[in-house]
Ligand binder design. Structure first.
Ligand code: PLP
Length: 450
């Protein structure tokens, strides 16, 4: 019997056993559970990960568009190990070295003043909304239809996309506006000749809702999981001016678009404006530890010098998370990551433009830095989507299955395919993944033609 016990102890579970145990005892996000089909992710390095059968996958999604410095970066791993040995936890009312260092760095790179740390993006938005309400004494929050701000009750209701539907009515006080979605302009305009109705209708909403009732406009720096909606260059300056005119705070959700994804610290820095509040998570630690932040302007920070900040989390400012973030942000600078985003981003844009021209099923491509989407259509002229809004189609299913069969991990949703690799990717690696995508698009074109 001793031998059997020993044998059992040293026998590692098979990949199938691991998958089964995950499926039997844990719930998967955004899934009908019996359709969840997880890959066993066994190990990873750089832009690659390996499954239980030792297949090497190219990670074109940086997991959840968060692993900006790639998998298992030694500098981040070492910083985490060092912090674990030194001090694993301190309650949120204590001062620690990594927390102060990170706060100072975030103030420097955003031009804002102080950080309130959370565990992720949803909680960051939740707290940003609360802070805006406390600071302004107003209640309503304007958000946009094609936005995602998280999956806690407040952040989920603040989202515009269908993921909010099942929890409605959720948090009261959310008013929604349309997006700068130039390929399918909700106002039927063309970007060359429009009057930026995507901004002017927000002013009309403000008037109808009562300017003195509106605490903030909450927007994603660049809308990510609803399809890379890159606004016209003057959109943000106009939105900033609108906020200033009515004393409304601009909350910039940079959870996905921030920290190098577009080649800058914040996507809104491309447009020369400064938000009042920035929320961030994902690329803040590149996913090595859970961390989010709400970074507030000097006037807001000043207000809370003499007013209670109603809010706190046991793990706010977790030393290991802050140490991971500090190391991760240092990697961005020491390894010229943003420069690589610019170089590889230019190559990606070039390849995507060529894809748009050569494939009948590609209606539009949108990219900034290493943040990009391919929007698929049944017909380039009518622009009929290849899958309906909030739905799927056999063609999109076929494309996703092909990419998976080639061990390319890329995110697809509705009629869109994202290309968002780790920011350390080389041109050769990027080219290899894009070649696989082209083959997948060829299959879609052939299916549509048959
Ligand atoms: N905001 C944006 C723009 C996001 O893309 C996400 C997640 O994808 C969130 C907020 C929510 O962040 P988390 O999943 O870390 O709670």
């Amino acid at each position: 019997t001793t031998n059997i016990v020993e044998l059992e102890q040293i026998t590692e579970p098979t990949s199938q056993q691991i998958i089964d145990e995950n499926r039997d005892y844990t719930l998967f996000s955004w899934s009908v559970q019996n359709a969840a089909n997880p890959v066993h992710l066994k190990r990873a390095e750089g832009v690659y990960f390996w499954d239980g059968d030792d297949n090497r996958w190219l990670d074109f999604s940086s997991q959840l568009i968060n692993m900006n410095v790639g998998h298992q970066h030694p500098k981040v791993l070492n910083a985490i190990k060092k912090q674990v040995d030194e001090l694993c936890f301190a309650g949120p009312s204590f001062a620690t070295e990594p927390r102060g260092t990170l706060g100072k760095k975030l103030a420097e790179v955003t031009g804002l003043a102080k950080s309130f740390f959370t565990l992720g993006g949803s909680e960051a938005n939740e707290n940003a909304i609360k802070i805006a309400r406390l600071y302004t004494g107003r209640n309503k929050i304007i958000t946009r239809y094609r936005s995602y701000h998280g999956a806690t009750m407040g952040s989920m209701t603040a989202s515009g996309d269908p993921r909010r539907w099942p929890v409605e009515p959720g948090m009261p006080g959310v008013v929604r506006a349309f997006d700068p979605y130039c390929y399918r302009c909700p106002f039927g305009q063309k970007v060359e000749s429009c009057h930026r109705e995507c901004v002017s209708h927000i002013e009309e909403i403000i008037r109808m809702e009562g300017p003195d009732n509106i605490a903030a406009i909450l927007v994603e720096g660049i809308t990510g999981s609803n399809g890379l909606l890159i606004p016209p260059d003057d959109y943000y300056p106009k939105l900033r001016a609108l906020c200033d005119r009515y004393g409304i705070l601009l909350i910039d959700d940079e959870v996905m678009s921030g920290f190098g994804r577009t080649g800058m610290w914040l996507a809104t820095q491309h447009y020369g404006i400064k938000p009042d509040i920035v929320t961030a998570a994902k690329g803040l630690t590149s996913g090595y530890m859970p961390l989010g932040t709400v970074i507030v302007s000097a006037p807001i920070a000043e207000y809370f010098e003499t007013h209670m900040l109603y809010g706190g989390l046991t793990y706010s400012g977790h030393p290991v998370s802050c140490a991971a973030a500090n190391a991760n942000l240092a990697v961005y600078e020491e390894e010229s990551i943003f420069e690589n985003v610019e170089t590889q981003g230019a190559y990606l844009t070039h390849r995507l433009n060529s894809i748009e021209q050569r494939f009948a099923c590609v209606g539009d491509v949108r990219s900034i830095g290493l943040f990009s989407v391919i929007e698929l259509v049944k017909d380039k002229v009518t622009r009929e989507p290849l899958a309906p809004f909030n739905g799927t189609s056999p063609e999109m299913g076929k494309l996703a299955a092909y990419l998976k069969s080639q061990h390319l991990y890329a995110f697809t949703r509705f009629n869109m395919l994202w290309v968002c690799p780790p920011l350390i990717i080389t041109q050769e690696q990027l080219g290899n993944g894009l070649d696989i995508i082209e083959e997948g698009l060829r299959i879609v074109d052939a299916t549509l033609a048959s």
